[in-house]
Ligand binder design. Structure first.
Ligand code: FEO
Length: 170
């Protein structure tokens, strides 16, 4: 059994991770419509990773005998003015998610819930990687995106991303 506040935040995080998956699927759909199937692939893989994150939070709650309550997933409602806009929205979203993870960590720390802190360590590191990936996409887009050949090659690079299961096993 976990601390009530920690359990509540972990349950909320399940929904946030599914929302992240939904958001990135929306980005993927946007890029598909723009003819940038490599960008679309990159975000489809990202959406799969976010679903994995949600499943890890579910499994962690269940491993500790806690109830999982699934809430409605919010509708992604952004419209994009250009092909860089989703990349910037992605970075802002990852920074937001980092804050959520830190809030759960803070609650676990206050409750002396060392087990949850250890579970969250993987996500703290993962968020660092996610923010770096999002920053790199923006940098490359700013460097190469304005040139049609550069954009074509960048799109091809992103088409090569493949899904890998998370390194965290519970
Ligand atoms: Fe599940 Fe992109 O953080």
């Amino acid at each position: 059994m976990l601390d009530r506040k920690v359990t509540e935040l972990l349950n909320t995080q399940v929904n946030q991770e599914f929302y992240s998956a939904y958001l990135y699927l929306d980005f993927a759909n946007y890029y598909e419509e723009q003819g940038l199937s490599g960008f679309s692939n990159w975000y489809r893989v990202q959406a799969q990773e976010e679903r994995d994150h949600a499943m890890l939070f579910i499994q962690y709650l269940q491993n500790n005998g806690e109830h999982v309550s699934l809430e409605a997933v919010a509708k992604p409602d952004q419209t994009f003015s250009d092909n860089t806009a989703p990349l910037k929205a992605g970075l802002a979203h990852e920074r937001y998610v980092t804050g959520l993870i830190h809030t759960i960590y803070d609650a676990a720390y206050s409750a002396r819930d060392f087990r949850t802190m250890q579970f969250l360590d993987w996500f703290v590191k993962e968020q660092g990687e996610e923010e770096k990936n999002a920053e790199d996409l923006i940098k490359k887009m700013e460097l190469f995106g304005a040139d049609s050949k550069g954009l074509y090659l960048f799109d091809q690079e992103l088409a090569a991303r493949t899904y890998a299961a998370p390194s965290l096993v519970l």
